[in-house]
Ligand binder design. Sequence first.
Ligand code: NAD
Length: 472
Amino acid sequence: MSHKQDAFYASVIRNFDKAAALTEYPSGLLEQIKACNAVYQMKFPVKLGDNYEVIEAYRVQHSHHRLPTKGGIRFSHLVNQEEVMALASLMTFKCAIVDVPFGGAKGGVKVSPRKYNAEQLEKITRRYTVELVRKNFIGPGIDVPAPDYGTGPREMAWILDTYQQMKNGELDSAGCVTGKPVHQNGIRGRTEATGRGVYYGLRELVNNKHAMKELGLDIGMAGKTMVIQGLGNVGSYTGLISQEEGDAKVIAISEIEGTILDKKGLDIKKLIAYRKEHGSILGFPGSKTLENRDDWVGIECDILVPAALESQIHKDNAADVKTKIVAEAANGPVTADAEEILVKKGVLVMADMYLNAGGVTVSYFEWLKNLSHIRFGRMSKRFDQNANNNLVDMVLRLTGKTLSQKERDLLTKGADEVDLVRSGLEETMVNSFNQIYEIYASRDKVKDFRSAAFISALDKVASDYMTLGVFP
Ligand code: NAD
């Protein structure tokens, strides 16, 4: 285990304690909220080619104050127990911040997905699921996994299929995992949800007059320069949506193979297609490659977006940061030591537990869809469309005006599933931002956005415990 990973759980605990000290809750309650409720470590054999490999894996349920618990599954050779505990803890606070009624959990399988073909990954995923079923660590009312680093809809489909084989006839079984392909009980808008949520969160911040005055930046997203580490699920949609809907300028991208820069702005859509074709971002037309991949941290920009892994901005490189906003699209990318340095420099760190909560928010919508066994919008879309058409017809008749078909379609459209998902996500990110910013701006003792986010979460989790009568 590297020094950096070792520090991740310690960083989460340190941040928790710092925020907890600003509240009046009894220490026993705070200790209970902080503790991981259940840690399941497993080792299982999988035959891969001619050999058996023993795979190490985890599922951590951080908090049972609400059930089911929820959190992604990570496939990475760096997975270890403390990392999964840190990620599970963040999930509890994340769910509370965005009012998703779940406890936090996380899973990790210590494998490098690049090392295996699809068939081998399927074997590993299915075997991991069997272990979870056997120990009662998965189920629509128990614990509901989702994608994380190194996993996606494909792995979720394997998990669902394995679960259903073992739980034949369970009515709500489709809700045992989220982030599934749309045609296999998934929901439209889930794949892009985390990146879209990052965009909505950033948009709220840059449109906030008080915050922009404090940071010395102009109001609005248009023209803001952005540097992103990681062009995976979260990084690519953050870049794409910020560019397409906010008119932001993404000037650099860092990936495993290196970092590219184009001060005029990179076209993210074309870059994603380029990487798919060439297997690398290097050589993308108009860009230059930095000598040292990790120098993305020091590129001058308005918004720096770590969207790869934890502990990327640490005490040894935090002084190099030349931005006003660090947007934690990844989980735990800024260590507690680094944050102290950044806050002293006047940098605002938008905390992961708020900023990347779009994924779990839309996962919650998917779970609701699975339990209700109906696609959102199915009952109301046509009704709304007809009612809107009647209204438009009446206005046109009374005014004697006409509309083009395009204008009419815009006014009369009934909401589809994806429209409702986006609207629910936007509503959630805006509300939660306001709750956190209110704490940040109005309490003198709260010096950073992360502590404000923690306090917002703590208020909700503590109130749950008190309602349960556990802590009167
Ligand atoms: P992903 O596997 O789709 O993408 C991660 C990308 O980061 C990969 O393309 C990888 O090559 C790149 N990367 C890894 N190490 C790097 C390095 N040193 N320098 C540059 N690039 C590097 O994973 P993801 O789902 O996008 O998750 C990224 C982060 O976001 C993780 O911290 C994860 O926990 C967090 N997150 C993900 C979701 C989700 O819905 N997927 C939700 C919330 C938070």
